[in-house]
Design a protein around this ligand. Structure first.
Ligand code: HEC
Length: 300
């Protein structure tokens, strides 16, 4: 143990400061990294919530306002019957899907998906990862899933809301026979969706790539860790340089002078260069040299 401890006072002081700097730098770096990630997750969560609230509200609006209004209008319009179904204005699923597509085009990072087994639109067939999330919600009887999922080799932050079929969904999601003609005309489904009431059939999912968020957090953590470490590095450099100028150099010079005196060279005076402790020591050395010189002159 004794062998590895530094012998020089410079390092006895400088090294602990440096070590402390490493620890403080690592601590700050990690703390910054963690806060960045937590913050990013929080902000993403908030964005997801807003997106979902928008989508749910537009669904509600179509169902509660637009659909009955158009139904009414169809009844009164010439050449139309109320059984005609205007997908674009009366289907909340279609409406949401159209909005999602627009959002996805405008913000490619922020992906909104509405997926289900046996989908009307084949594009909405769950990917293996999405199917995994739906199955997880089914198995655990959950209506919500939040997590980080790897998709296309990239980590994504995913928030999914399970969709449970109710009787109202059956008009379009049960058999082809029951579907409105306009739906058949648009999608020409090749099979019956066969959803069952009460079954968790699919989900609305929002996903945001997580890699960029992590990368930024790592970079920020690294930078603030380095900044703190640099402060300690500069501090220890300052201490070492200051000790060198104020203490070690003068002490070494005094030691050399004392050596000369020991050899009997007592003629060279010792300069006093400062008023501090070292200066006082030099003064005492000088007095000692003068006394020895006097004794030696007497002995001659
Ligand atoms: C009036 C017809 C209609 C009704 C009723 C309806 N949907 Fe849909 N739904 C559609 C259409 C059309 C699509 C395809 C939209 C697209 O192109 O992405 C769709 C798609 C979906 C999808 C994506 C998977 C797929 O099949 O393409 C989900 C999930 C969904 N609907 C949930 C529901 C739920 C839950 C209900 C009941 C609360 C419901 N829908 C009621 C017409 C309907």
């Amino acid at each position: 143990m004794k062998g590895i401890l530094p012998k020089s006072i410079r390092w006895k002081i400088g090294l602990p400061i440096l070590l402390f700097g490493v620890v403080a730098g690592l601590g700050t770096g990690f703390y910054t990294y963690k806060t960045e990630v937590d913050n990013a997750v929080y902000i993403t969560e908030e964005r997801v919530k807003v997106a979902i609230t928008f989508s749910d509200s537009s669904r509600e609006y179509v169902r509660g306002t637009l659909r009955p209004l158009i139904f009414d209008l169809l009844g009164r319009a010439k050449g139309c019957v109320q059984e005609d179904f205007i997908l674009e204005a009366q289907s909340s699923s279609f409406f949401t899907a159209s909005i999602f597509n627009m959002v996805n085009e405008k913000t490619p990072d922020f992906r909104l998906r509405q997926v289900a087994y046996n989908p009307i639109n084949p594009k909405n067939r769950p990917t293996p990862e999405e199917a995994h999330i739906i199955n997880f919600m089914r198995a655990n009887n959950q209506k919500e899933y939040v997590g980080v999922v790897e998709m296309n080799g990239q980590r994504h932050f995913v928030h999914a809301f399970g969709k449970v079929a109710d009787a109202g969904c059956m008009r379009c999601h049960s058999t082809r026979e029951a579907m409105p003609k306009s739906l058949i005309a648009k999608y020409n489904p090749q099979y019956d969706p066969n959803w069952k009431v009460g079954e968790l059939v699919g989900a609305v999912m929002v996903s945001v790539p997580f890699e960029a968020i992590i990368l930024k957090a790592q970079l920020d953590g690294l930078l603030s860790g380095l900044a703190v470490f640099s402060v300690f590095l500069l501090m220890s450099l300052f201490v070492v340089v200051a000790l060198n100028i104020l203490v070690f150099k003068p002490v070494e010079e005094l030691q050399r002078k004392a050596e000369e005196i020991a050899k009997g060279n007592v003629d060279e005076p010792i300069e006093v260069k400062s008023q501090d402790e070292i200066g006082k020591l030099a003064e005492s050395f000088e007095r000692m040299r003068v006394s020895i010189k006097k004794v030696m002159d007497l002995l001659k």
